[in-house]
Design a binder for this molecule. Sequence first.
Ligand SMILES: C[S@@+](CC[C@H](N)C(=O)[O-])C[C@H]1O[C@@H](n2cnc3c(N)ncnc32)[C@H](O)[C@@H]1O
Length: 295
Amino acid sequence: MNYSFPRYLLSKQSVDDRALNKDVFHALKSHLPQKPLRIIEVGAGIGTMVKRLVSWDVICNAEYILVDEMSENVEYASVWIPQWAQETGLSVERSVGNQIRIFNATRDIRIQLERADVFDFIKKNKTPAHLLIAHAFLDLLPMPESLTKLLTLTNNLAWLTLNFDGMTTFEPTMDAALDETIERLYHETMDTRPSGGSSKSGRSLFAHAQNAGTEILAVGASDWVVHGANRTYPQDEAYFLHFILHFIEESLQGNKGLDEVVFAGWLHKRHEQIERGELTYIAHQLDFLVKKKNV
Ligand SMILES: C[S@@+](CC[C@H](N)C(=O)[O-])C[C@H]1O[C@@H](n2cnc3c(N)ncnc32)[C@H](O)[C@@H]1O
């Protein structure tokens, strides 16, 4: 199988659509100011969140800045965003410096694609946003210092979604002890990445958000739950599952706690379960909506 990160992010859309906590989402909608918005999304990937917020009628008039460090993602976004916008009947204007305007009679979204390390972007950003979005991103960063820096990008709200929180489950159980070992070692890799991150980032945000001077407006679970029906999965979710296993394989390659052959056999059987539509995958995550206290 050819593993492509942009395709993984595309395949993740329907999983994320289900997972996003709808109470937190409704709180976001009710707290958004009724004026042209400035939104900064960090670790934005290929821009699936801006598509979601347009399709779910959350944003009508906004300047939307997407920041991601991977050129592959930003290049993909620069082609994919105009494509879906046109497919949904929106007009598209492109201008220099990776700016894309998507609009019609009732909508006007000015998108800026920024290929940058987010901490470099923070240093050069002059105007804070009304809303900061970090979706499936904070669990990759060293905390709490990253949150404090990221919050300088907003003068009001931050919607911090899909923060992994300590539980991965594959069903059906194949070998309870081996399943448990793989889950534990996989979580350990999240806790020991040189670039930072934590397998319990969700729960730690309660303290980090408060210590960083924000009020927590809403919190809720946003678990990924992926399961088959009639031997198949919706949308491109089989690819999503294969990619998750690929990611676990990469994370645990050469891990001293695992026998290489046993691990390869486990992965092989799990991939086969996906082909038969039998694998169920659950990852526990939390969403937060927070507000800067000085607002
Ligand atoms: C798990 S992906 C999530 C992408 C997107 N939010 C989504 O859910 O579709 C994390 C993203 O963060 C980006 N990233 C990681 N570290 C970063 C950094 N220091 N600055 C900017 N982007 C970063 C990666 O390139 C990747 O696209």
